[in-house]
Write a protein of this length. Structure first.
Length: 172
């Protein structure tokens, strides 16, 4: 039987872990909102969105000269945006299943995307990317702590020393 303190700690870690992993869904969703806004002709965007989708959309807008080419360019651009956002949905899905590789690869790609903003001098978006990376790392760290806590509880219940356990290379 788990102590109230252990239960509280486990619930806290679960919330932090899922909150971190959920940022991948926010990144994907707000990037698509940014794309719809940009492709419709507006000039504002969310800070958390992806720079790569903004580049795709900007190229599509720049290449359009008439109504026919505009429609085709917008459809192609949004299809590419969906493809890119889909990767972040996958990162979120696998991160919530405690795949450390999803956290790490997703964070690496999001960091690279943040470099795009720094390169063009959009320091607010680059800084917000850094903040989101901090929250993603917090989710990864909580995931690892939660897995360790659960293994220790399982070993204690089974009468085996927690120090003798080995961790899977793909899970937190």
């Amino acid at each position: 039987m788990e102590s109230p303190e252990t239960i509280r700690r486990r619930l806290e870690l679960e919330n932090r872990f899922k909150g971190g992993a959920n940022w991948f869904f926010w990144i994907a969703a707000l990037s698509l909102v940014n794309s719809v806004v940009l492709l419709s002709g507006s000039g504002w965007s969310f800070l958390v969105g992806l720079g790569v989708t903004q580049i795709i959309d900007s190229i599509a807008v720049a290449l359009t000269r008439d109504a026919a080419s505009k429609s085709l360019a917008m459809v192609v651009a949004f299809a590419l945006d969906l493809f890119v956002a889909g990767f972040f949905v996958l990162f979120g899905t696998f991160a919530r299943r405690r795949h450390v590789s999803a956290f790490v690869l997703g964070m690496a790609l999001y960091a690279a995307d943040g470099v795009i903003f720094a390169w063009v001098g959009d320091w607010l978006s680059a800084g917000f990317h850094g903040l989101v990376l901090f929250w993603l790392y917090g989710g990864l760290k909580a995931c690892r702590e939660l897995t360790r806590l659960e293994r220790e509880a399982a070993k204690t219940t089974a009468g085996v020393s927690p120090a003798s356990s080995s961790s899977s290379p793909t899970s937190c």
